[in-house]
Ligand binder design. Structure first.
Ligand code: SF4
Length: 365
């Protein structure tokens, strides 16, 4: 396979789809735990290639979507300080908080700037020595090492006006939390390739062993995803339940040691609140004491009004596979990408946005 288009080869995709159709007997529900997988599945029309026996469910894999409402309200509250510049990735701008959004606060005069890297926030801090620059830390194990490297740099350069509000999340504890939800039946997990590059395949072994559930680490090209589905179906049909790595060209057993060391240097594991899943033990990252001078939660006297999820929004149920977007009465009527009510319609990786953009619940287009 060449690296430009081999993983999108229709012939190979067709062979993999045939393999799935040939072996699939039982009705199965497989969850993809990654927003990038959700989008890739839609874009490439994978659902239309699958037999009726295989149902794909989207999980809590969109970092913006799983960010708890209180954390969103905290970002908005930070923007309210006169001496603060919020430097954020663009996808947070339109996420509705309880009473406002970063976009609305910017329109009202708050200094909120879109950056493409946390390093840009360092530059803003350097150029604005009399302002405090806050970066909302949202993302999984994939994003957190970059934030850690930025904090490392800020400390080395003696930058005192840069802060991070860490709302980072860890994937394996969320899988355990999903398994504990009584109303969800899942037969297997397609695990996120990006996150797995950092944490390594070995990070999932305790979870898979404890729950005896098939799990396959998958890449993001159509043939990667079809291969992972085939491997999951093969496991289920043969009664197996173990971890397999269908993305071994980049995911190792131990992960990326440099990134993991950076994470361990800057962050410690903490509980975290997830939209749809509530507070999960050991599922988040907070700044270590040695970095507390950069911790926005410590540095600011934050007053956050009581937080509520948007009225009528079923994002929490959608992130946990309890509902499809069509199960939300606001989907496509009141809530659209132009006028999002909840975060699942804002982010490009959001399940509601993907279903809206790529047609319907069947995923065929
Ligand atoms: S369609 Fe909109 S309101 Fe409904 S769950 Fe999705 S984001 Fe929330």
């Amino acid at each position: 396979m060449n690296y430009t288009n081999g993983y999108r080869d229709p012939g190979i995709a067709g062979q993999l789809a045939d393999r799935i159709r040939r072996i699939s007997r039982r009705k199965v529900r497989l969850m993809e735990v990654c927003g990038t997988h959700t989008v890739s599945i839609f874009r490439s029309g994978i659902r239309s290639l699958l037999p009726d026996t295989v149902t794909l469910i989207s999980g809590p894999g969109c970092p913006v979507c799983v960010t708890d409402q209180r954390d969103m309200d905290a970002f908005i509250a930070l923007a309210g300080f006169d001496d603060v510049i919020v430097a954020t990735f663009g996808d947070l701008m339109r996420v509705p908080g309880t009473h406002s959004s970063l976009l609305k606060e910017r329109a009202k005069g708050s200094d909120i700037r879109i950056v493409y890297s946390p390093l840009d926030a360092i530059t803003i801090a350097t150029e604005n020595p009399y302002k405090r620059v806050v970066f909302p830390g949202v993302g999984f194990e994939t994003t957190a090492p970059t934030i850690a490297a930025t904090l490392n740099l800020a400390r080395d350069r003696g930058i005192h006006n840069f802060f991070v509000y860490s709302a980072h999340k860890l994937v394996p504890p969320a899988l355990t939390a999903l398994m504990a939800l009584p109303e969800i039946h899942l037969d297997g997990f397609m695990l996120p390739g990006h996150v797995s590059v950092i944490i390594g395949a070995g990070a999932y072994r305790p979870f898979v062993a404890r729950h005896s559930i098939p799990a396959v680490i998958a890449g993001f090209e159509p043939t990667d995803i079809l291969l992972a589905i085939a491997m999951l179906v093969e496991q289920i049909e043969s009664g197996a339940s173990h971890l397999e790595n269908a993305y071994s060209r980049v995911v190792s057993e131990a992960g990326n040691p440099k990134a993991l060391a950076l994470l361990a240097d800057v962050f410690e594991v903490n509980h975290a609140a997830w939209r749809g899943l509530g507070v999960i033990a050991d599922s988040g990252l907070k700044l270590r004491k040695s970095y507390e001078a950069f911790d926005a939660e410590q540095a600011f006297d934050l007053v956050i009004p009581e937080s509520f999820d948007p009225a009528g929004c079923a994002c929490g149920d959608i992130l946990t596979g309890r509902k499809l977007p069509s199960g939300c009465p606001l989907f496509g009527k009141i809530c659209t990408p132009e006028h999002p009510v909840g975060p699942c319609m804002v982010s490009t990786e959001g399940t509601c946005a993907a279903y809206y953009r790529y047609d319907n619940d069947s995923g065929a287009f």
